[in-house]
Design a protein around this ligand. Sequence first.
Ligand SMILES: *Cc1c(COP(=O)(O)O)cnc(C)c1O
Length: 355
Amino acid sequence: MPRPIQARISSRALTHNLEVARRHASQAHIWAVIKANAYGHGLARAAQALAAADGYAMLDFEEAIRLRAQGVDKPILLLEGFFKAQDVTLLAEYALTPVVHNIEQIEILEKTALSAPIDAYLKVNSGMNRLGFTVDNVRIAWNALHGHPQVRSVTLMTHFADADGASGVAAQLEWFNSLTQPMSAPRCLANSAALLRYPQSHADWVRPGIMLYGCSPFAEQSAADLGLKPAMTLASEIIGLQNLQPGEHVGYGFSFEATQEMTIGLVACGYADGYPRHAPTGTPVLVGGQRTRTVGRVSMDMLAVDISDLPEAYIGTPVTLWGEGLSADEVAAAAGTVSYELLCALAPRVPVVEV
Ligand SMILES: *Cc1c(COP(=O)(O)O)cnc(C)c1O
């Protein structure tokens, strides 16, 4: 038998969450964002479960071409566009829609005869200062793309830095609108947070990611409250027990010290499986469906959980690290990160089963 850890992926949850996104999006078309191996859920599986989306958004040519090879004929948006001149021929060959966000890409496109017309996304930097053109060059980019004989359509795009936070989208939306006001083209702005919270940002296409996987983009609103279902459950089992006396310690660095008699379970899951090493003592975990806490430092292949109040817990008792019954958002918050990072970090060594 293999080590008892596994990741259970629910296609039904993915499909459900896309329906939730669809209800919020009303008329807007939906790019299902499946970058980073579909946030750890498996590219092909996620693409299939999210087949009701209008297109897929991702990063890698290699992954996009793999989807095409599997028969996917929906639009595919490459969120960072292309990186080298030799990539450009692949755009036409595989009907990929690049995000164009810098002047070098424009120069490459102007020099290249495409073998077939392509659709392009023009990325506007509306204040996040990550990728995109702003006031000094957005017109140049627009004219170059709009005037390219082999660019069939241009869509205007931006990305919000704080749609989930206190700043919201208003300032970026206003700046984007003023930068693009004279340009007649469809628009694509909203990530999950903007889709859920700011209908005025929906425009023609939306780009939800995290919500499709059943997590909340908001610190103060749970996925369950948003009607989302967790698509990934990371599960394992107890493989060892220790009884501790007051003053005894657990794990590397002796970082946890028992102040009273207690029992701990050792769980077959560590940071080499993708569990965050920085999760402190007290991070929530389910043992036999009961909520308890981790104790001590997370090791490469194991972590310890407090089972003092769970007399039924024994070798083989199931443990849920996150997912069904315990939101990855909550575990992430305890570990000082976001669910995105937990989901994406699921290690290749963890066997995946579909449920
Ligand atoms: C990742 C990403 C998204 C999806 O964001 P979520 O917060 O996961 O919904 C949308 N747009 C761009 C440009 C992205 O990089």
